[in-house]
Design a protein around this ligand. Structure first.
Ligand code: FES
Length: 127
């Protein structure tokens, strides 16, 4: 799966919204560091977090077991499947929030915003 990623810090710093239609076009044109914006391939046996780490990135996490939501990402396009979920409310799932530590890409292309643990409202929506 081809993964295109963007750091939520960039979205917040720029005053963008994670559901801006042209979010990834703006990111691609912004000249950001590879740690903030870029693309990599996620192999079928890797979770999204593992794939990022295996390519040298340090994305936020804590428990690595789907129990804390520190590793949360927001889907922009594509699907990330989770075998289980004990922390995200139905409302958060509907909003496209997923856990990268246990999330496995389920589409050929994936666009995600990582580091969304500071997304306003995320704490309130937690189960
Ligand atoms: Fe805790 Fe993913 S690191 S839920």
């Amino acid at each position: 799966t081809r993964v295109e990623y963007l750091n939520y810090d960039v979205v917040a710093d720029e005053g963008w919204e994670i559901d801006d239609d042209d979010l990834f076009e703006k990111a691609a044109d912004g000249g950001y560091d590879p740690e903030d914006y870029g693309k990599f391939y996620c192999e079928p046996d890797e979770s999204l977090l593992e794939a990022a780490e295996n390519r040298g990135f340090s994305w936020p996490f804590a428990c690595r077991g789907g129990a804390c939501a520190n590793c949360a990402v927001a889907l922009f396009d594509g699907e990330l499947k989770m075998p289980s979920n004990h922390v995200l409310s139905a409302q958060m799932l509907d909003a496209g929030i997923r856990l990268s530590c246990i999330g496995v890409p389920a589409s050929d292309e994936l666009q995600i915003i990582y580091n969304v643990k500071h997304l306003p409202g995320l704490d309130d929506l937690r189960l």
